[in-house]
Design a protein around this ligand. Sequence first.
Ligand code: OAD
Length: 264
Amino acid sequence: MSKSAFQELLANTRRLTVLTGAGVSAESGIPTFRGAGGLWRTYQATELSSPQTWNRDPGLLWEFYNYWRGSMRDKKPNPAHYALAEIEKRFRKDNRLFHLITQNIDDLHLEAGSQSVTRMHGSLWLLRCCQCSLVTKNQDIPITPAFEGSGSPDPKAKQSKFSKEDLPKCYCGGILRPHVVWFGESLALEDMEKSHEASRECDLFLVVGTSALVYPAAGLSTIAKRSGAKVVVVNLEPTATDEVSDFNFPGKAGEILPDLLMVN
Ligand code: OAD
């Protein structure tokens, strides 16, 4: 599909749904999960984010998240985030439907101004109490004074030991964990339902910067396709979504999207 054919399709779209992954934030300087920067010490970032690690060593998990939050603190949205926020604004103005589903936990879509957003995997800046389940916003770095200066990603870094007293606590006294969906955990039901609905009920499904390897997000393109939507992919590399996509725009999201969506 040529750019102009896509733009004609976009102009005739009543319901646009966008699915994003780590690639949309790559140009903000945030490493992707399966790219070269997805390691912390000797661990894959993905293997650390698990209930098993939490149950075995919550201090280690908090040390990693404390580092991760610190490295994200000064990251800013890039032109891809802003293009998606702008196209949403235009759709709203024309009474057309727009929804953004993101697997990213960096909140950069919100910072760029996107409003109709499902954060499938939670947020790095939300914490959840393991006792009362209260979810609160928290941007403290370090997460508690005990974590000051800890968390070096160097594989030779000495691993600190944290006790239960060092961990962040809720008002009720329970221990707080990142409000992030870890491997082996289920998505929140309302996020799951909203993502399915937005994928089922759209005319155009735009997939940006995801390897489409992690379910259930990876299955959304198929839902959209089976429901009659055109599926369009923007990615640096070929991905599993290509099997169902109608069109691909290879390249960097921050360079392609503003032009493709005509918001520059
Ligand atoms: P991945 O790291 O698996 O994939 C990133 C994708 O972005 C790859 O397909 C890259 O080719 C592409 N990419 C990189 N830079 C890009 C750029 N500038 N423009 C466009 N595309 C680019 O990340 P995700 O697919 O998001 O889950 O990973 C899905 C989930 O796996 C994450 O949400 C996380 C992880 O485990 C949880 O934390 C639960």
